[in-house]
Design a protein around this ligand. Structure first.
Ligand code: CA
Length: 241
């Protein structure tokens, strides 16, 4: 039986494992799968760097002794690009100096091989919780509020009725408030699709949520950036309420 995903809201939790030893990579994948993580693999530092920049992962498990570049360079690159993705270093390098360098470079946690399966699972969960703790249960944009625990969306004191998918879409846009979120990222995080099926599923849902916000007289609106994606922010010309 498939385990219950440790989803935050409706999102699937996705990890990137950067590891050049296929046996170790397979083991990490199996261990994370016990908590229903969706796992992508990168066998080189270059590939890891590319994937980490291209996708919004919830966790990166990073080997240090990669063939093409050192894992610490991967963390540095990620942090320099402004990504706060939790990084867990998992390495055979046991020297304290290496651990210190890894954490100073921006990694969040450090484990040495051989590792305990249960400890890896617990640390992965802890890193996700820590990431999620920075996000409040209730998010607001203007007079629009979304409660992630009760799953209620309100404009002032009026409740808006959204379908679960519309809720997840709005939730993700509000998490990334004032940032432009691309269609591929929305497909991945809200629909768990890794490819664009060529339909207008995202646009259709955005249109419906946008209409509900307008009809509900929200002072927040979803903006389309042509060719880039969508963002939520204060509605221009919203009447003061
Ligand atoms: Ca290695």
């Amino acid at each position: 039986m498939r385990p219950t995903p440790i989803a935050i809201g409706l999102f699937v939790m996705r990890a990137l494992v950067i590891e050049d030893d296929p046996t170790a990579a397979r083991l990490v994948r199996l261990v994370l799968a016990e908590d229903a993580w969706e796992v992508d693999d990168a066998a080189t530092g270059q590939e890891g760097r590319r994937l980490a920049r291209a996708h919004a992962y919830d966790l990166i498990v990073l080997d240090l002794g990669l063939r093409d570049l050192h894992g610490i360079a991967v963390v540095q690159d990620l942090r320099q690009s402004g990504r706060a993705t939790p990084v867990l270093i998992l390495t055979g390098e046991t020297a304290e100096q290496t651990m210190i360098r890894g954490l100073d470079a921006g990694a969040d946690d450090y484990m040495t091989k051989p590792f305990s399966r249960e400890a890896l699972r617990a640390r992965a969960r802890a890193l996700v919780r820590r990431g999620a703790a920075g996000r409040a249960d209730t998010m607001t944009v203007g007079n629009l509020s979304l409660n992630r625990l009760t799953r209620e969306v309100r404009v002032d004191s009026h409740t808006l009725a959204l379908t679960p998918r519309e809720f997840a879409l709005l939730e993700y846009l509000m998490l990334r408030h004032d940032e432009v979120v691309s269609r591929p990222e929305l497909l991945e995080k809200v629909w768990d699709m890794h490819f664009d099926p060529g339909s207008n599923v995202v646009d259709a849902h955005v249109a419906r949520v946008r209409r509900k916000l307008e009809d509900g007289k929200a002072s927040a609106a979803i903006t389309t950036s042509r060719g880039v994606g969508f963002s939520i922010g204060a509605a221009s010309g919203a009447p003061p309420r």
